[in-house]
Design a protein around this ligand. Structure first.
Ligand code: PLP
Length: 382
């Protein structure tokens, strides 16, 4: 097999060397439990403090607003369920294209009687601001005493669309709602300033920005609005119990600082890789559509090929040593389109032929040329 070309960076990313080196001491030498008061635990405590400062700095938050978790799924579940546990009569407004880490807790809460609304998106995956305002207005008429929770993702994982977060936050606050955003795909790739953008709650996951897996955080502007999630010890200011993953947390902080410092450089680099791949496809007269809005996560390319099975294309590329993912999965009877492709109402002739090529800072021009040539060969042979 040829060298691996990894182009599934929206699924996970390679650990950055700076993050790896920052983690080392806490795995073998400085392994003290940060909750103990003897001197051996001092460096673990110091690492927690340093990580909180680095992370809060990169999104313009206060260090005390950062709560470490096990990743994006936990942060999302905490935001949704923690809000409803604390504010039981509240409603939730979210979108049809959220990750299942948001949709599934919403479905669970719906079964126990919570009112959840799912906002539609347009053909580019942008949420309807009119619908958001209408739902918020309805909720404020129905129940004047409770504040709705609005949860809209910063950027979509399948098609890369970046939502108008500042506008969504402003509309939410106009109706006194609390605004959460799942920024798992966005943080470290686009600029985020929680104060300027008026974000109340934000979920993040280290492995999407070249940090380690199994660690993330929830930014909480005002912890009064949430119930604790994990209950047990007094870690994370009594809001999230469990011995902290110090190595993971410090690795996450170093990875985030590096990516946040290089957002503009990485963006230009990735946009150039995107256009090289698109030029290859256009030169070979391949019929395809690119999904998502012009404002998208750099490197995230959702491509739909006319009359092709996306899953077949993904497997053929895999045999050539290229990792991409698909937007349509086969079960034993039929091919299922993802909820995101259904929500943007993509033409079915193209939709079943969708793959996601998500490029990262470690991809090269040679990688994208090879991806382009390989896609063209598979399509021409089929
Ligand atoms: N939210 C979004 C938008 C994601 O893309 C993902 C992972 O793919 C998650 C949440 C879940 O994050 P984690 O893998 O850290 O649990």
């Amino acid at each position: 097999m040829k060298n691996l070309i990894y182009a599934d960076n929206a699924a996970t990313t390679k650990l950055d060397i700076d993050a790896y080196e920052a983690m080392q001491p806490y795995l073998m030498d400085d392994y003290g439990n940060a909750s103990q008061s003897y001197s051996f635990s001092r460096s673990s405590k110091k690492a927690l403090k340093e990580a909180r400062e680095i992370i809060s700095d990169s999104i313009n938050a206060n260090p005390g607003d950062i709560f470490f978790t096990s990743g994006g799924t936990e942060s999302d579940n905490w935001a949704i369920k923690g809000y409803i546990f604390k504010n039981p009569n509240s409603s939730i407004i979210t979108s049809q294209i959220e990750h299942h880490a948001i949709l599934n807790p919403c479905h669970t809460l719906e079964k126990s009687g919570v009112d959840v609304r799912y906002i539609a998106v347009d053909e580019n995956g942008l949420v309807s601001l009119e619908e958001l305002e209408r739902y918020l207005h309805d909720n404020s008429q129905k129940n004047k005493k409770t504040r709705s929770l609005v949860s809209i993702m910063f950027a979509n994982n399948e098609i890369g669309t970046v939502e108008p977060i500042k506008d969504i936050a402003a509309i939410s606050h106009k109706y006194n709602a609390v605004f959460h955003t799942d920024a798992v795909q966005a943080i470290g790739h686009v600029d985020i300033d929680v104060k300027k953008m008026e974000i109340d709650l934000l979920s993040a996951s280290a492995h999407k920005f070249n940090g380690p897996k199994g660690v993330g955080f929830l930014y909480v502007r005002n912890s009064e609005c949430l119930s604790p999630y994990n209950e047990g010890g007094a870690q994370e200011f009594g809001m999230r119990a469990g011995t902290e993953n110090i190595a993971g947390i410090i690795g996450m902080a170093y990875a985030l600082r590096k990516n946040a410092d290089e957002i503009e450089k990485n963006k230009l680099y990735l946009l150039n890789l995107e256009s090289i791949l698109e030029d290859e496809l256009k030169t070979a007269s391949i019929q395809y559509r690119r999904n998502g809005a012009t404002s998208h996560i750099p490197g995230n390319m959702s491509l739909s090929f006319l009359g092709i099975e996306g899953e077949m294309l993904m497997h053929r590329l895999d045999l050539m040593g290229i990792c991409v993912s698909t937007g349509a999965a086969c079960d034993s009877r039929k091919t299922q389109l993802s909820h995101v492709l259904q929500a943007i109402e993509l033409d079915k002739n193209y939709a079943y032929g969708t793959i996601r090529v998500s490029l990262g800072k470690f991809n090269t021009e040679e990688d994208v040329k090879e991806i382009g040539r390989s896609i063209i060969n598979v399509i021409k042979e089929s």
